[in-house]
Design a protein around this ligand. Structure first.
Ligand code: CTP
Length: 504
């Protein structure tokens, strides 16, 4: 069968008709060029993996992976083909060679093509380390992760477009199934990262994980520990960036991977009840919040804030005979958990982490405001603390309202609207995002001939509160007068020069 026929079969199954230009993804000049160059060198070559899968699924396909087979077993045929192709393409083509791996990468305009010799892996009885040797195309496809990623299309001119599908990957694409070509225990044990990839593809493509494969995930979960954090986080972030990340997190939990990679999130799962009162399952609530922000095309870091917003809950959970279950200060406890989590997971420890920390710490504030009367001063304080991230904080808080009680949900959303209107109004009025106290510590010290002491802090705070609660206007003179009055109450007397200053 040709790739065009495979696409036709897929389209018939889906009862869809494709535009002819999307059929041309495989019939492109660069792929023909690769085939012609390989012909001249006496090599066989195939485009494999994600590129073929994505062409059939009609997803935008990025990097091209080419497997090269040398019938007379010349070493490193991938490198040989890449170099010859770069020569043929001339200016603008650039090759990087990775001799240790027998691979080469060619960049040409917007294209990136990876060339690799077909490989075969065999296991030495005394060692878990595989011996990688040159192999045939079949050998190479057998060692790939999933049936849908083990498809190949021949690029040599005589058989251009010939479709190779040893494990019924096309059927799995039609049925929406993730399954391994070999016994899944072998596939996952060869490279345990594939367990994360399995869940990532299931989430990205909204595919089901085949039963045997799902069972093998549970059996092999512990082996994820040998994989580097960087590779794990890469897959996790891909799950996070899908339209419904909850699919992935449910699979991570089901497979037993979640407690191993994100125990803080796994700990949210479960419901406890006492005297007939149960709290909600904070894991599923968190996933709803995450999906809510994702449906608004949130950034990766807003998604992380959503995932972590309640991680302080298990540690703050208490039972109170009158109030029932409480989670006091879970936002602050959660905020403190962000840095160690980012450090452990090798997430960036820079302003992106500060942002997540800030949102986790502040996520209860808009709710508290909206639950009560929405006053100027409360909104102003929020604006000051959230700064540039106020809009994202509001998005997180709106996403956090997952109550099934429609009236309650409506009331919160209406009050949030009020908070948002006040925010716009206040920003226009006094720009509190970059607010500075008009009274500085130096000025207080000068006025009262003081050395640094706690009274200075008390006075500054009193001025801040008075401005933010609209007791006095936000200007220096009013603030200075107010400060003099407060200082008097504390028993402070200004030195003469400053009395003059006060009267000007
Ligand atoms: N592959 C594999 N095992 C891995 C990683 C990759 O078998 N742990 C194989 C698969 O055949 C995969 C191909 O290598 O299709 C290319 O890998 P990669 O570029 O990482 O993934 P894609 O499938 O192309 O998907 P994406 O670009 O979405 O990551």
């Amino acid at each position: 069968m040709t790739i065009q026929e495979a696409i036709q079969e897929y389209d018939d199954f889906r009862q869809q008709t494709r535009q002819t230009d999307s059929l041309q993804a495989i019939d492109n000049p660069l792929l023909h060029r690769i085939g012609e160059t390989a012909d001249a060198l006496g090599l066989e070559c195939y485009v494999v993996g994600g590129y073929v899968r994505d062409i059939i699924l009609q997803r935008p396909s990025k990097d091209i992976d080419v497997v090269v087979v040398s019938p007379d077993k010349t070493p490193s045929p991938g490198i040989q083909l890449a170099q010859a192709l770069a020569k043929a393409l001339g200016k603008g083509a650039h090759v990087s060679v990775f001799r240790n791996f027998g691979t080469a990468q060619l960049k040409w305009h917007e294209h990136e093509v990876e060339f690799v010799g077909a490989r075969r892996e065999s296991y030495n009885r005394d060692s878990r380390k595989p011996i990688v040797e040159d192999g045939t195309l079949d050998d190479d496809l057998h060692r790939r992760d999933f049936t849908i990623n083990a498809l190949a299309v021949c690029l040599n001119e005589a058989k251009f477009g010939h479709f190779i599908d040893l494990f019924d990957g096309l059927l799995d694409l039609e049925d929406g199934i993730i399954a391994t070509p070999l016994d899944p225990d072998i596939t996952f044990s060869d490279d345990p990262l594939r367990m994360m990839r399995c869940i990532r593809f299931a989430t990205q493509l909204r595919f089901q994980i085949e039963e045997e494969t799902a069972e093998a995930l549970k059996r092999n979960a512990e082996r994820i520990k040998i994989i580097s954090q960087e590779r794990i986080i890469d897959e996790l972030n891909k799950i996070m960036m899908t339209p419904s990340p909850s699919i992935g997190f449910i699979e991570l939990s089901r497979s037993g991977l979640l407690p191993l990679i994100l125990p803080e999130v796994a700990a949210l799962e479960g419901v406890e009840s006492r005297n007939g009162k149960a709290h909600k399952d904070n894991f599923y609530h968190t996933l709803e919040v995450l999906d809510n922000v994702a449906s608004n095309e949130a950034s990766l870091w807003l998604r992380w804030a959503a995932l972590l917003h309640d991680i302080g809950k298990p540690r703050s959970k208490r039972w109170d005979n009158t109030a029932g279950w409480t989670f006091h200060n879970h936002n602050y406890i959660g905020q403190k958990m962000v840095t160690p989590l980012f450090r452990r997971m090798k997430l960036p420890m820079d302003e992106r982490m500060n942002y997540v920390e800030k949102l986790v710490g502040l996520h209860m504030r808009p709710i508290a405001i909206a639950d009560d009367e929405v006053t100027d001063s409360a909104v102003r304080r929020l604006l000051f603390e959230a700064g540039e991230d106020i809009d994202d904080l509001m998005r997180l808080c709106e996403a956090d309202i997952t109550s099934k009680n429609r009236e309650k949900k409506q009331r919160f959303l209406q009050n949030f609207q009020l908070v948002r209107e006040k925010l716009i109004d206040l920003q226009a009025r006094d720009n509190y995002r970059t607010w500075h106290n008009p009274i500085t510590g130096e000025e207080i010290m000068e006025t009262y001939a003081l050395q640094p002491c706690r009274e200075i802090g008390i006075l500054k705070q009193a001025v801040k509160d008075a401005i933010w609660d609209s007791v006095i206007p936000n200007d220096h003179d009013a603030a200075f007068q107010f400060m003099l009055q407060k200082a008097k109450e504390l028993g402070l007397e200004p030195v003469k020069a400053c009395e003059r200053h006060a009267s000007t």
